[in-house]
Unconditional design. Sequence first.
Length: 164
Amino acid sequence: MKPQIYKIKAIGLGSLSVMAKPVAGEWLEEQFQFYRDSGITLLVSLLEEFEAYELGLQDEHRAAERHGITFLSFPIADRGLPESLPRFHAFVSSLFQQIQDGAHVAVHCRAGIGRSGLTAAAVLLHEGFTPDEAFALISEARRCPVPDTEEQRCWLVENRRGLI
């Protein structure tokens, strides 16, 4: 079973993608091999710890490691917003720099729409996109409206200056 990776944009030497969560169970190793073969070097999970357990993904970081993929976790509540603007700013700034330096980053939450769309859009602010331009680009790549909630869209618009 091959997962869908939605490439958003090449940035510097790397690229930014979003995707739905991996499917736990017998296909997990095959999925991570596919991620690696697709060029993903850094996988970001926005799942909260209890969600990862609910979904059988509590060892996702180990699967990534076995396939030579760096794994980062930055939990955000489902359909929610980052708890700390300064921490989120530091996180997306780091992602942007790593992408510029050659990382191929894939960001996931559950469906790869809400939290993933918000995070990818925040990265794109560093590329000079407005929030609306960023969400439009991600929506086009994802083939569905991004982000998941109006609160997520408004939050990025309101906090744009604090994220770049």
